[in-house]
Design a protein around this ligand. Structure first.
Ligand code: SF4
Length: 116
């Protein structure tokens, strides 16, 4: 989300993520999960509610939660979550160590975070 520039797994996925980023205002409550979520709903890798690479993605998600001092199931305002991610993970340069093996790594590495 922090580095989204319109690219994605399919046109439907990208359009949905763009909509989601518009709809999520700082006060929007979000519930954190390491399973499929609102972002995954239009992803072609979402097979009947299950990601095709669940262990890889859950590893990314758990690392983010750990660095932010959060846990699965926590509910908090989206703006608070985004600020925590920016401050504790993106600003200190921790992102490549978490998801540097992702296919989108070069895209994220080439752009500033929208939350900076
Ligand atoms: S976690 Fe899996 S289903 Fe969700 S957006 Fe990523 S690749 Fe798609």
């Amino acid at each position: 989300m922090a580095y989204f520039i319109g690219l994605g797994y399919s046109d439907g996925f990208s359009a949905h993520l763009a909509r989601l980023l518009e709809e999520l205002v700082p006060d929007s409550p979000v519930r954190l999960t390491v399973g499929t979520d609102a972002v995954c709903s239009h992803c072609p890798n979402n097979i009947n509610g299950f990601c095709s690479k669940p262990d890889k993605v859950a590893g990314y998600d758990r690392a983010v939660l750990d660095l932010c001092g959060l846990g699965e199931g926590d509910i908090l305002p989206f703006g608070v979550f985004a600020s925590l991610v920016q401050k504790r993970l993106l600003a200190p340069g921790c992102r490549p160590g978490i998801c540097g093996d992702c296919q989108w790594n070069e895209v994220c590495a080439a752009h500033p975070s929208r939350w900076a």
